[in-house]
Design a protein around this ligand. Structure first.
Ligand SMILES: [Zn+2]
Length: 196
């Protein structure tokens, strides 16, 4: 089998595994969205993202594609691509238009992709190598999320089960379930992420 075909099949299988693990923690993915294909990033910066080839809408069967970073895609880098896929898989719970996620959503995505217990040995090795000297906005969002763990997973599941999408969760909804977390952390989590 061609290397590229094997790579794509592997990523699709991995997407199923991540979906199962995420749904068991946070409840079902929004059923109005269906995963289309996993392909190479079309962004100028070559970074991974979710993409809506038929526009973003809530009418049902809205296709969402996962785009893997150019570097990982062009080298068929399984470990790096899987690590990126883990992050994007979190955005499939309640898909968002690009660039509009809250720190809660991006923090959960960064937490899931960097938490060793969810990954194979190969990806675990990659996570260790990727620890950075200067934290970026994703690292900061992940740190906020970790302050709310382990309770946060069941809290998000509970709030989602009442029909609230992750990006719409407010500080007022979170706070009663996280009495030991300071107000500033909770408010920060529920604001739109500052990507600078
Ligand atoms: Zn993200």
């Amino acid at each position: 089998m061609h290397d590229r075909v094997k790579f794509i099949l592997f990523l699709n299988q991995q997407a199923k595994t991540y979906r199962e693990s995420l749904e068991s923690m946070f409840g079902q993915c929004d059923q109005r969205f269906v995963l289309g294909s996993i392909k190479e990033s079309i962004r100028k910066d070559g970074k991974p993202h979710t993409q809506y080839p038929n526009e973003f809408h809530f009418k049902g069967d809205c296709q969402v594609d996962i785009h893997i970073g150019k570097d990982a895609w062009q080298n068929c880098d399984y470990d790096r691509a899987t690590w990126q896929l883990a992050h994007e898989s979190v955005h499939l719970l309640d898909p968002v238009k690009e660039g509009k996620a809250t720190s809660l959503e991006e923090g959960l995505a960064a937490w899931f992709q960097n938490e060793p217990k969810f990954h194979s040995n190969r990806v675990r090795k990659y996570i260790k190598q990727s620890i950075k000297d200067s934290p970026d906005c994703y690292d900061k969002a992940e740190e906020l999320v970790r302050r709310c763990m382990p309770q946060l997973t069941s809290v998000v599941k509970k709030i989602r089960s009442s029909g609230v999408r992750i990006q719409k969760i407010t500080a007022g909804e979170l706070a009663p379930y996280l009495p030991n977390v300071d107000k500033e952390t909770i408010e920060h989590l529920c604001r739109k992420m500052d990507y600078t």
